[in-house]
Design a protein around this ligand. Structure first.
Ligand code: NDP
Length: 253
């Protein structure tokens, strides 16, 4: 930490994908409260993106929203280039944008498989590829990938989602090795069951079954994931790379 209290990210530039809602919004708020300038992406929910911007403004922070599809690799490169052009650097990349398309494998469509993998895994790859250039030049950087407990445990009806999230763990560990010599740290967080739009869509019965297997006996809050992301991005984690940090209330150990 830089010793300036709560503003440990003062002067830092952070890119968060999927910052309009849920965990991504909590990350945007946490980084801006810590003094960072944050650019966040969203897929199309303009109203939610504006709510994030309002919340940042109300707390006295600095953020910008940018609409692009993370499954579009050219758009990912453009976004990183635009951040570096405007702000002169990129210190932290948080690959948070994700979709969960559920269904049993025997009926699962090719297009749903592709959309899941392209959004959750290819998007992260494309953004890291683009971000690695400015980070290498700076000889510093931190990447945090939002994987999932489902990528660690598997889950019936979530084969595509689990494959994308397990893929992010392999990507994290490989790039942690590949980029370490340039002082770029790459880590993953595997959230358990977190209260966001993604989990609100689950049937009541499924939610009840999930709570039964969480030792802490409750859902996590998006801000409880954001605080782990902030830790991994911070100097407090300067010797942490290739780590997969479980934040799941004890659901999977
Ligand atoms: P939400 O569904 O609440 O929000 C998803 C965010 O991603 C939105 O900002 C959305 O933008 C954006 N997004 C979706 N698709 C794209 C795309 N193709 N291009 C750009 N942005 C996109 O998700 P959560 O906050 O619940 O989850 C965030 C991450 O954490 C995901 O990767 C998820 O898999 C992971 N996770 C979540 C858990 C949970 O329990 N909630 C558990 C484990 C992992 P828009 O608002 O415009 O649609």
């Amino acid at each position: 930490m830089s010793g300036n209290g709560g503003k440990s990210f003062e002067g830092k530039v952070v890119l968060v994908t999927g910052g309009s809602r849920g965990i991504g919004r909590a990350c945007v708020l946490a980084f801006t409260k810590a003094g960072a300038t944050v650019v966040f992406s969203y897929a199309g929910n303009e109203a939610a993106a504006n709510e994030t911007l309002e919340a940042v403004k109300a707390a006295g922070g600095k953020a910008q929203a940018r609409k692009f599809d993370v499954a579009d690799t050219a758009a990912c490169t453009e976004a990183v280039d635009a951040v570096v052009k405007e702000h002169g650097r990129l210190d932290v990349l948080v690959n948070n944008a994700g979709v969960a398309i559920d269904g049993l494998v025997m009926r699962f469509k090719d297009e749903d498989w592709d959309r899941t993998l392209d959004t959750n895994l290819k998007g992260a790859f494309a953004l890291i590829r683009a971000a690695s250039r400015p980070m290498m030049k700076q000889r510093a950087g931190a990447v945090i990938n939002l994987s999932s407990v489902v990528g660690e445990m598997g889950n019936a009806g979530q084969a595509a989602y689990a494959a994308s999230k397990a893929g992010l763990i392999g990507l994290t560990k490989s790039l942690a090795r590949e980029l370490a010599s340039r002082n770029i740290r790459v880590n993953a967080v595997t959230p358990g069951f977190i209260g966001t739009d993604m989990t609100a869509a689950l049937p009541e019965e499924a939610k009840k079954r999930m709570l039964d297997v969480i030792p802490l006996g409750r859902l996590g809050g998006p801000e409880e994931i954001a605080s782990s992301v902030l830790f991994l991005a911070s100097d407090a984690a300067s010797y942490v790379t290739g780590e997969v940090l479980k934040v799941n209330g004890g659901m999977y150990m």
